[in-house]
Each structure stands twice: as structure tokens, then as C-alpha cells.
Design a protein around this ligand. Structure first.
Ligand SMILES: [Zn+2]
Length: 232
């Protein structure tokens, strides 16, 4: 293991954080992930990203394709799946059993995913009846139980909201990037997995939806993280 002035970036937590972020950003595509996108999600400097990616590559957890980006190796995928599984199971518990708002649940799960032992999380999954989706609609990966399950995540039939045609009606399937302000915004407008939406207008800056008879404007960046499907 490299020991330098950057011990912070060597912590197990932060390795998991990176792998989990890559997994989340790649959930809809198996293409290499540009480091700039990772940087936006993790809010760290380009230097930190490069250092971490080098370290993860040395440990055979990611593969870096110059000028294109990073992909998870099978070993990296296993770590990421286990982390994301813990995260989403805790989210389910916090929202369903404790009635905590879905943006708060996401933040709390971000701490519990590191603190709670895997065995406890698995008992929680049993207690909850083995949920298949997090409150934001994303698939809960099977984790260490089944390393192959992750590949199927990359072939979801959904399309992003900003790619809908004007006049098209669809159900919200999941929110791919869970940013607390975005989740609060969506909740206040009654948009969650299962909500029926109609695209009634499109501007350079975003989309206009009809939701439950009301008109709702969604900024383009947010619209690109909302995935819809024709059937439930
Ligand atoms: Zn979630």
C-alpha cells in the first residue's frame, strides 16, 4: 500500500465511496466513465481523482482507459455492489419503517453503509422481506450473493425523462443520481417512482411535465437523472 501525505484518500471508506460512485454513474451504461463526471458527484479536486484512480487501478479494482475514463473490474464491481446493496437496504428501512424523508434517508444511509456490518444489513434485508428496489426506484444489487446480477443492471429498458417525446406519457422508474436538493424538489412536486408523467413541453433549459393535472418545470440536468418506463 502506498503511504504518502494523502492517507485520507487511502481509507477503506473512501475506496468504497469511489467504487460506489462509479457504479452509480455507470448503472445505465457499461461505457467507460469520464473522470469529470466522477469529480462532479464526489466534489473533489482533479488531482485527488487521478491519485485515487491510480491507486484503485494498482489494486485491480478499476481499469482506466486513457482519454475515455474508468470502468470497474469484476473485483471492483463486487465491492461496489456490496456497498450499494447496504446503502439501498438501509434507505428502504429508514423510509418504510422509520418514515424518514427520502433525501434524509439517502444521507443517513451514506453513513450506515460504512458503519453497519454486512451480517446486520443482511438481517435487515430479511426483516424487510428482501426488497428489490430502493425508495428512489433503483435496483438493490444482489451483492456478494450473486456477482453476476450486476451486469443485468446495465440493460435497463428505461429512458431518461429528457429523451421523451412531447406528448409522450410514462411512469417514473427511478432517480439515478440521488442529490438531496433534487430529491426534495421532486418530493415537493409529487414525483417519485410509479408517478405517471406526461411531457408537454421542452426548452433549452429543461422540460415541462404534466403531473396529476399540474404543470411542473424540471431543469435539464435533473431531467437527465430521472428514468421512465412505459409500463410498471
Ligand atoms: Zn436510493
Amino acid at each position: 500500500m502506498i503511504m504518502s501525505g494523502h492517507e485520507d484518500s487511502l481509507r477503506k471508506e473512501s475506496v468504497e465511496e469511489y467504487l460506489g460512485a462509479i457504479y452509480r454513474l455507470q448503472e445505465m451504461t457499461a461505457a467507460p466513465l469520464p473522470l469529470s463526471r466522477l469529480q462532479i458527484l464526489l466534489k473533489v479536486s482533479p488531482i485527488s481523482i487521478h491519485e485515487m484512480v491510480q491507486k484503485l487501478e494498482k489494486e485491480a479494482l478499476v481499469e482506466y482507459v486513457p482519454y475515455r475514463g474508468v470502468t470497474l473490474t469484476d473485483a471492483g464491481m463486487r465491492v461496489a455492489m456490496a456497498l450499494v446493496r447496504r446503502h439501498r437496504i438501509w434507505e428502504r428501512f429508514l423510509t418504510d419503517s422509520l418514515n424518514i424523508e427520502w433525501d434524509k434517508a439517502h444521507e443517513l444511509a451514506g453513513e450506515l453503509e460504512h458503519a453497519a456490518p454486512e451480517s446486520v444489513t443482511e438481517r435487515l434485508a430479511d426483516f424487510l422481506g428482501d426488497p428489490q428496489q430502493c425508495p428512489h426506484g433503483s435496483q438493490i444489487p444482489a451483492g456478494a450473493r450473486d456477482g453476476e446480477a450486476a451486469k443485468s443492471l446495465f440493460q435497463s429498458p428505461s429512458q431518461s425523462l429528457d429523451a421523451m417525446a412531447v406528448g409522450q406519457t410514462a411512469y417514473v422508474a427511478f432517480i439515478s443520481i440521488e442529490i438531496p436538493e433534487n430529491l426534495q424538489f421532486l418530493q415537493s412536486r409529487g414525483i417519485k417512482p410509479g408517478t405517471l408523467v406526461e411531457l408537454i413541453g421542452r426548452q433549452v433549459s429543461g422540460c415541462t411535465l404534466k403531473v396529476d393535472g399540474r404543470q411542473v418545470d424540471i431543469p435539464l440536468e435533473l431531467a437527465s437523472t430521472i428514468w421512465v418506463t412505459g409500463t410498471l
